[in-house]
Ligand binder design. Structure first.
Ligand code: UD1
Length: 334
């Protein structure tokens, strides 16, 4: 079986390529940077994609512009790399009659997590107002009555509600891939990654995930700066588990003509404050600072169950939070 991994030089893509290789796949790679799996090439370049697809049985699409972005000046790049790049790839797959796609999607397609209101049951609050955030009111409130809410677990069938450019283009990838599947009879397994961390995570940039930002700060002797009140919940999933999920997805039969989405999560949610403390403790300080700062594009809590991935793909996260953070505190960053 030959698998083309796009983004094979990246943080997640490099682990995915290695895991597929170890599982017996013949791996080719396409990335802006040269890799052991193939020459440099842009996923938006139809000829480069076409060459990379020669002989492929499936594509594992990890190439993307990631992160929350800095401001609206980033919009064209997100659309170009993520949406247009995926469209070029899908068109080339149709020409080459490659029928199987594993797509790196993201939990950010959900927007704000699910909540329960005592009066109104399950609700999905809209974006928090700048005013509430500035006043330190971080918890979303019931859209019907304004009451406080209890956090709940979100499932794959929840309606998507992307809140930033990255999320919007990740959802566009899912929609384009679903459309391709309908037209070609192909199968798409979309893996909605939660907060991935581990060795080679890109260092501190405005596009980095929070674990790498904290890790870089600690390495430089600075305190991790925890936004809001630090009680926002996420699910940190180790990159080795994410790579294993991709191998499971590559082996999966899929549903011809359709996209099927899966949460790829550890099932062990933690707060951002807990993550900062775990890393700081492991490195011997400095202690995290809770700053009350906020970013308009951020959601408050996002917690989902990996039960569907376990039931249908046989995926089980193996790296527990405490062990994963311990090794991440000393792991090389990209
Ligand atoms: C992250 C990724 C997103 C990916 C998703 C699932 C980034 C920027 N975001 O989304 O691409 O799809 O996981 O894998 O890579 N925070 C701080 N201090 C900081 C930076 C952030 O406290 O210096 C807080 C934020 O306010 C937020 C939380 O940490 O509450 C998580 O932030 P971040 O990792 O940037 O984004 P996610 O939305 O979780």
């Amino acid at each position: 079986m030959r698998a083309l991994v796009t983004g094979a030089a990246g943080f997640i893509g490099s682990h995915v390529a290695e895991a597929l290789g170890a599982a017996g796949y013949e791996v080719t790679g396409l990335d802006l940077r040269r890799t052991p799996y193939g020459p440099a090439g842009d996923v938006r370049d139809a000829e480069a994609v076409d060459r990379a697809l020669a002989g492929a049985d499936l594509v594992v699409h990890q190439a993307a512009k990631v992160g929350l972005g800095v401001d609206v000046a980033d919009l064209p790049d997100y659309v170009s790399v993520n949406a247009h790049g995926t469209a070029v790839l899908l068109a080339a797959m149709a020409r080459r009659d490659v029928r199987r796609l594993v797509l790196a999607s993201s939990m950010v397609v959900y927007g704000e997590g699910a909540y329960d209101c005592r009066e109104h049951g399950r609700v999905r609050p809209g974006p928090r107002t700048a005013r509430d955030l500035a006043d330190g009111v971080f918890e979303p409130r019931c859209p019907a009555c304004g009451a406080e809410l209890a956090g709940a677990t979100i499932g794959e069938d929840a309606p998507p509600d992307p809140r930033n450019a990255y999320a919007t283009t990740k959802l566009a990838q899912e929609h384009l891939a679903a459309n391709w599947a309908r037209e070609t009879g192909g199968t798409v397994v979309a893996l909605r990654y939660h907060n991935v961390y581990g060795p080679r995570m890109p260092k501190d940039t405005p596009y980095s995930g929070v674990a790498a930002i904290f890790r870089s700060a600690l390495e430089a002797g600075r305190a991790p700066r925890v936004f809001e009140d630090g009680r926002q919940r996420r699910d940190f999933v180790h990159v080795h588990d994410v790579a294993a999920a991709n191998v499971a997805a590559a082996r999966a039969q899929g549903t011809p003509g359709a996209l099927r989405a899966y949460n790829v999560a550890s099932g062990e949610p933690h707060t951002i404050g807990e993550m900062a403390s775990a890393l700081a403790a492991e490195r011997g300080g400095p202690e995290p600072v809770i700053t009350g700062e906020y970013r308009l594009g951020d959601v408050r809590h996002i917690v989902a169950s990996p039960a569907r991935a376990t039931g249908e793909l046989g995926f089980h996260a193996t790296v527990a939070f405490a062990d994963g953070m311990k090794s991440f505190a000393a792991a090389p960053l990209g």
